[in-house]
Ligand binder design. Structure first.
Ligand code: FEO
Length: 401
């Protein structure tokens, strides 16, 4: 896609990645974009680059507006390679541009691009901190470091006048589309993609997000220009409100999700009984098999859900490999403030349910008594068996069904 003017003197020069389906372990069925922006002034500024394979497209888009060699400043809001990967190609085309980055950004650039000698020129980099500014003529950029949204180096850049917040990873979405603005893809699609993205990328960084939202609330923002997905102009308040809720780990007590895997169907039966139980309690509930749903899909589903049941049988004194992957992913993303429920079947040693219960409790969740069943589920419509002892009693009472 060609360069696109988004405001007077300001251009989107990013690229659309229609094909990416796995973003470091997070499935991206709708692709993504890597957004870069060009600001024309007495001094010309490029904000961020794109993933390395798309460098020729970035340079082509810049060339539609201005000769890349005429760029004076490169604002590096984030060093992760989806935004910095084209730096080597960019500096070949524009060897004299000055880098603007946080202190951590400078360190990370130096370490990551050690083979490019980015800093052999003594004045190559201007390190900025909160509140620092850069005047390019009629415009004065303001810098808003946002460490850990998403890496230690991460920074947003605000441009008063057109009132644009270049928010980098914050407030982004993984979606490829020919539309460039939120009101063009519609609120529902926007919120779904923003939610998936938050659940799989931003969720662990609740306090940094709240700090960023506090800093951003002092700015008069007409357009949010993130580094992924569409720009926000119609639904800024909706996304900011959602980020606040997600960062506070607010969940809906009337929603539940049951995530499980099964070997021979026993844990599946328990999962279905839990679905019935939650339905009887008036909850909206979803059932997700880890054999059929990627861990990142499960994370997106539980973003604002109040009750999460997690179950699998025991295999070789462990959880199933699919469950191990899910628990590892869940632990890293660290969602809080849920009710948890571990469940699963077993034949003899039965470690899996205790392992799941421990993992959920480690997140600080309020967990119900673990539900185990010996070999096959028993019980009646009044509820689920609650312990191996109950199971054994039921097994000898002839109420198998
Ligand atoms: Fe889109 Fe943290 O990179």
């Amino acid at each position: 896609m060609s360069a696109m003017k988004i405001a007077e003197n300001i251009y989107w020069v990013g690229v659309i990645d229609w094909d990416v389906r796995n973003f470091h372990g997070y499935l991206t069925p709708y692709g993504t974009t890597y957004n870069a922006y060009l600001v024309l002034d007495e001094k010309v500024t490029l904000i961020d680059t794109v993933r390395r394979p798309f460098a020729p497209e970035l340079l082509q888009n810049i060339s539609e507006v201005i000769d890349p060699a005429q760029i004076d400043y490169f604002i590096c809001n984030h060093v992760e390679p989806d935004h910095s990967g084209s730096i080597p190609a960019f500096f070949e085309a524009c060897p004299d541009a000055k880098i603007i980055a946080t202190q951590n950004g400078r360190k990370e650039l130096e370490a990551y691009y050690f083979d490019v000698n980015l800093f052999e020129k003594p004045d190559r980099c201007q390190v900025v901190k909160m509140g620092d500014t850069l005047c390019t003529g009629q415009y004065t950029f303001q810098f808003v470091p946002m460490p850990m949204v998403h890496w230690p180096d991460s920074m947003a850049t605000y441009l008063p006048g057109p009132n644009i917040l270049f928010s980098n990873d914050a407030l982004g979405q993984h979606v490829a589309s020919n539309e460039r603005f939120d009101d063009e893809i519609g609120r529902e699609r926007l919120m779904e993609r923003a939610g998936d993205y938050y659940a799989n990328i931003v969720l662990p960084f609740d306090r940094p997000v709240q700090t960023l939202l506090g800093a951003a609330s002092k700015l008069d923002v007409s357009l949010v220009a993130p580094s992924h997905g569409v720009m926000l102009r119609g639904f800024i308040a909706d996304i900011v409100e959602a980020y606040g809720r997600w960062a506070r780990h607010e969940t809906d007590p009337n929603r539940a999700v049951v995530i499980y895997d099964s070997m021979w169907g026993s844990t599946r039966v328990l999962a279905e009984r839990l679905v019935d139980k939650y339905e009887r309690e008036g909850k909206t509930v979803e059932l997700l098999s880890l054999s059929d749903n990627h861990v990142s899909t499960c994370m997106a589903k539980l973003l604002d859900v109040g009750t999460v049941a997690v179950g699998c049988p025991t295999l070789n004194r462990q959880v199933l490999p699919t469950m191990a992957a899910f628990l590892s992913y869940l632990s890293g993303l660290n969602p809080k403030n849920r009710k948890g429920q571990a469940f699963g079947s077993y034949g003899w040693s039965g470690e899996s349910v205790g392992m799941i219960d421990s993992a959920l409790k480690a997140l600080g969740w309020d967990c119900g008594e673990p539900i185990r069943c010996l070999w096959r589920p028993r019980g009646d419509e009044s509820g689920l068996p609650t312990s191996p002892e109950d199971e054994r009693k039921l097994a000898t009472s002839g109420t198998i069904r």
